[in-house]
Design a protein around this ligand. Structure first.
Ligand SMILES: Cc1cc2nc3c(=O)[nH]c(=O)nc-3n(C[C@H](O)[C@H](O)[C@H](O)COP(=O)(O)OP(=O)(O)OC[C@H]3O[C@@H](n4cnc5c(N)ncnc54)[C@H](O)[C@@H]3O)c2cc1C
Length: 433
C-alpha cells in the first residue's frame, strides 16, 4: 500500500524556519514532505528585520547545503563578496580610546563558499534583513497566522492559531523565536534567563568622512568592539559598500554607509547615571538616544573615539513618524532591551515527540559572539538530514537524533556566549581576560 505524504508544519518564517523549509524541499527526491510554514506577522515588511550579522563557517556551510541553487545564487544580495584589501571581516577588540586589545586570527574569503571552506575561522558580515528576503523567495508563507499552541494526538498534531483555525500535521517544528508558544507548551519549565544586561541597537547611515575618522582610530575590521571601563561595550558592524542614494543626493553629497551600532551595559548602570533630565521613555527614541549619549559622556573619557561614538548615536532616527522615508524602508526605533538567553540543557524535560524546536525558540543566546543565527541555520540542516529516515514507525528516532546533536551543540554555545557577556560587563580590573 502506498503511504501518504507526511506533513511538516513550521511555525515562524525567520532565518531558521525558512532555511529548514528550503532544506526539506531540496531533499524531496530522497524523502518527500508536504511542508507548510506559518508566520504571525501580516506581511514580510511588518517588522524591521535589520542589523548586520556575522555568518561564520558553520552557518555558511549549512546555508549552502540547505538552499537550492536558485536561492543560493542570490545570497550575494545579502552578503556581498568581501572587498579585497579594503574590508576585514574578522572581529577586533579595542579599549575605550581605540587602542587595540585583540585581533583574533581570521581567514579571508572571496565569498560565502570561501567562508564555508576556509581552513580556519572565517565569516562574512551580512545584512540580516536582506538574508531574510532572499530566504523568502519561492516560499509560500502563510502570513498573519499566529500559533498559540497545539494538541498532540496518537496520529499527529493539531496546530492552533489565534484566528481560531487549526491545521493537522505529522511533525510540528516550532521555529518561532525566543518567546515561542510551542516551547512554552512543550517544556514549560525551560525558562528565559535574564542577564541583568541591557542592549540598545540602531541601524544608522554614516557619511564617509565620519567613517574615515573612525577607521583611522580603530582600523578596518568590520566587526568592532570597544570595551569601556565600567562594563559598557560599544559594538559596531558595517560594510564598506555605499548605500543607494537618490540621484539628487548623490550629486550633492559624499557616499554614505550603513552601520549597526550597539550599546551594551550592565542594567544597574541605568541607576548610576546622574541624569537630571526626565526619565528614559522607551517609546520615545529621542529619549533613549539621549540616555545612551549621557551614559557615554559619564562613563567614557573625552577622546576622539568617544566623540565619534557620540556623533554616531546622533545619526540614529529620533522619531518613529515615517520609517518609509528612511533608506532601509522599515525601522525598529531604538529602545532598551534586556539581554536574555535559554540554555536548552538547563532542564531534564526534553522528551522527543512529534513536536520539536529549532533556532532561538530552543536556544536563544547572547548576540555578543554572533552565534545565534548560525546555530539556527545549522539546526535546519541537522533536522532535515535526520528526517530523511522518516517513517510513520520511526519518526521519534529521527527527532531524537536531531535533538541529541542540537542540544549538545547549542547549550555549549549559549553558555559560552553567556559567560563571555557577563565577563565583558565587569568593570575593568575585574575581567578575566
Ligand atoms: C543585535 C543582534 C545582533 C545579532 N548578531 C548575530 C550575529 O552576528 N550572528 C548570528 O549568528 N546571530 C546574531 N544574532 C541572533 C540572530 O538574529 C538570531 O539568533 C536568529 O535570527 C534566530 O533565528 P530564528 O529563525 O530562530 O528566530 P527569528 O529570526 O526570531 O524568527 C522567528 C520568527 O517566528 C515568528 N513568530 C514568533 N512567534 C510566532 C507565533 N506565535 N506564530 C507564528 N510565528 C511566530 C517571528 O515573527 C519570526 O519571524 C543577533 C541578534 C541581535 C538582536
Amino acid at each position: 500500500m502506498q503511504q501518504k505524504t507526511p506533513t511538516v508544519i513550521i511555525t515562524g518564517a525567520g532565518l531558521g524556519g525558512l532555511t529548514f523549509y528550503h532544506a526539506l524541499i531540496k531533499n524531496k527526491d530522497k524523502k518527500e514532505f508536504n511542508v507548510k510554514i506559518f508566520e504571525r506577522e501580516s506581511d514580510p515588511q511588518e517588522r524591521w528585520q535589520g542589523y548586520h550579522i556575522g555568518i561564520n563557517k558553520l552557518g555558511a556551510q549549512s546555508l549552502i547545503n540547505c538552499l537550492p541553487s536558485s536561492v543560493a545564487s542570490n545570497l550575494q544580495k545579502a552578503m556581498p563578496n568581501p572587498i579585497p584589501d579594503l574590508e576585514h571581516h574578522g572581529i577586533q577588540l579595542v579599549d575605550h580610546t581605540g587602542s587595540l586589545l585583540l585581533k583574533p586570527p581570521y581567514k579571508p574569503a572571496k565569498d560565502v563558499y570561501g567562508v564555508a571552506n576556509a581552513p580556519g575561522f572565517s565569516a562574512i558580515i551580512t545584512y540580516r534583513n536582506r538574508l531574510r528576503d532572499v530566504l523568502l523567495e519561492n516560499v509560500p508563507v502563510q502570513w498573519g497566522k499566529k500559533c498559540i499552541g497545539y494538541e498532540e494526538t496518537d496520529d499527529g498534531v493539531w496546530v492552533l492559531f489565534e484566528d481560531g483555525s487549526r491545521e493537522f500535521c505529522d511533525i510540528l517544528v516550532g521555529a518561532d523565536g525566543i518567546n515561542s508558544p510551542v516551547r512554552k507548551q512543550k517544556i514549560p519549565e525551560l525558562q528565559i534567563n535574564d542577564f541583568g544586561i541591557t542592549q540598545i541597537v540602531g541601524d544608522i547611515v554614516v557619511p564617509k568622512n565620519l567613517l574615515d575618522r573612525l577607521i583611522k582610530i580603530i582600523g578596518n575590521s568590520l566587526f568592532q568592539k570597544s570595551i569601556g571601563l565600567n562594563g559598557e561595550v560599544v559594538f559596531i558592524f558595517y560594510r564598506m559598500i555605499p548605500i543607494e542614494q537618490e540621484q539628487e543626493q548623490k550629486d550633492k553629497c559624499e557616499p554614505h554607509y550603513r552601520m549597526t551600532l550597539i550599546f551594551v551595559y550592565p542594567t544597574k548602570l541605568d541607576d548610576d547615571v546622574k541624569n537630571d533630565e526626565t526619565k528614559v521613555n522607551d517609546n520615545d527614541p529621542a529619549s533613549v538616544i539621549n540616555h545612551v549619549k549621557h551614559m557615554i559622556r559619564e562613563f567614557r573619557p573625552e577622546c576622539e573615539l568617544t566623540n565619534i561614538i557620540l556623533e554616531l548615536w546622533d545619526l540614529a532616527p529620533k522619531t518613529i513618524s515615517d520609517p518609509k522615508k528612511y533608506p532601509f524602508k522599515t525601522y525598529d526605533p531604538v529602545r532598551r532591551r534586556k539581554m536574555q538567553d535559554i540554555d536548552p540543557l538547563s532542564v531534564n524535560g526534553w522528551t522527543s515527540s512529534r513536536v520539536t524546536l529549532l533556532g532561538d525558540a530552543a536556544h536563544a543566546m547572547s548576540p555578543v559572539l554572533g552565534l545565534g543565527a548560525n546555530n539556527a541555520i545549522r539546526d535546519a540542516e541537522v533536522l532535515s538530514q535526520a528526517l530523511l529516515n522518516y517513517s510513520p514507525e520511526n519518526y521519534i528516532s529521527c527527532i531524537k537524533e536531531y535533538e541529541n546533536e542540537m542540544l549538545k551543540r547549542t547549550s555549549a554555545d549559549v553558555l559560552k556566549a553567556r559567560s563571555y557577556t557577563l565577563n565583558q560587563s565587569l568593570p575593568i580590573g575585574n575581567k578575566l581576560y
